[in-house]
Design a protein. Structure first.
Length: 277
């Protein structure tokens, strides 16, 4: 199934299915077989996280308004010639969008196997070439996967027992002079203004955050910035909407000093979260 991007027209025809994904209009140039029912395909996924608009009246029931998040991120419109690492890709909304914007390589990873996500269904509908790799961030190495020009790290950091180690790994997976887009929970609105200026983290024990046992951390904007800078990123932009914050950071060079190298070595030692396999 081949897709052609079509910027104009809003009609819906039985023969040629037209749909929108992240603001772009796509037309499937092949007649849809009678046994291909989009609603059935969408309903076959027990739990969607991302919202895809596959047809005028067909939006996946995801918890995240993915098109709104995409607009908020303000990713480059043209990713031609760039390689992208999407950590925590889940249903693949942002991976597929990077593919649509011309990225030459998109590595989509998630700790959840693809059969428990909407990724295979979205891939089939969109005619994508991408695959979802079942992998833990703690096992990522340049030797296994290479290094990337742009990393998406969206809605993941607060799920990780060791967020600073994770940021070290992200740094190591990036080429110099490349970009990280981080989105995570921020707690500034829950604190008095003077306290919110401090680099603070809040631990969520026993599923106390949204009844989710994998929600471990909230942090102030200042804390997120300091964590990134401690891991040798240069933060160039940040924005917040309620309890969600976006941080854009650049890897300007490799490790800059011996103290950072020593810290990286200590944090890089194998632990219970980084077993091979």
């Amino acid at each position: 199934m081949r897709m052609r991007e079509k910027r104009t027209g809003r009609s819906f025809r039985a023969k040629d299915l037209i749909f929108r994904v992240a603001g772009a209009v796509f037309e499937i140039e092949k007649e849809i077989p009678g046994n291909m029912d989009l609603r059935t395909m969408v309903d076959s996924v027990p739990h969607w996280y991302h919202q895809f608009k596959f047809a005028p009246n067909l939006v996946t029931p995801g918890a995240q308004d993915s098109a709104a998040v995409l607009e908020w991120l303000n990713l480059p419109q043209d990713l031609g010639g760039l390689s992208v690492l999407d950590i925590g890709a889940r249903d693949g909304f942002f991976s597929f969008e990077c593919e649509r914007r011309g990225a030459t390589e998109v590595l989509a990873i998630d700790y959840v196997p693809e059969q428990f996500t909407g990724f295979p269904v979205a891939k089939k509908i969109l005619g994508s070439r991408l695959n979802l790799v079942h992998e833990s961030i703690y096992n990522l190495t340049p030797e296994r996967y290479g290094r990337f020009d742009l990393v998406l790290f969206l809605g993941v950091l607060y799920h990780l027992p060791d967020p600073m180690r994770a940021l070290d790994i992200v740094f190591n997976m990036m080429k110099p002079q490349t970009w990280l887009f981080l989105e995570t929970i921020v707690i500034d609105d829950e604190l008095p203004p003077e306290i919110a200026k401090r680099p603070l983290m809040q631990f969520y024990p026993k599923a106390s955050k949204n009844r989710d046992y994998t929600n471990y951390w909230g942090m102030t904007e200042a804390c997120a910035v300091d964590l990134l800078e401690e891991c040798d990123f240069c933060v160039t932009d940040r924005r917040r909407a309620g309890e969600r914050g976006v941080f854009v950071a650049m890897k300007t060079a490799e490790r800059k000093n011996s103290c950072a190298e020593i810290a990286w070595t200590v944090r890089s030692r194998d632990n219970e979260y980084a077993e091979s396999g």
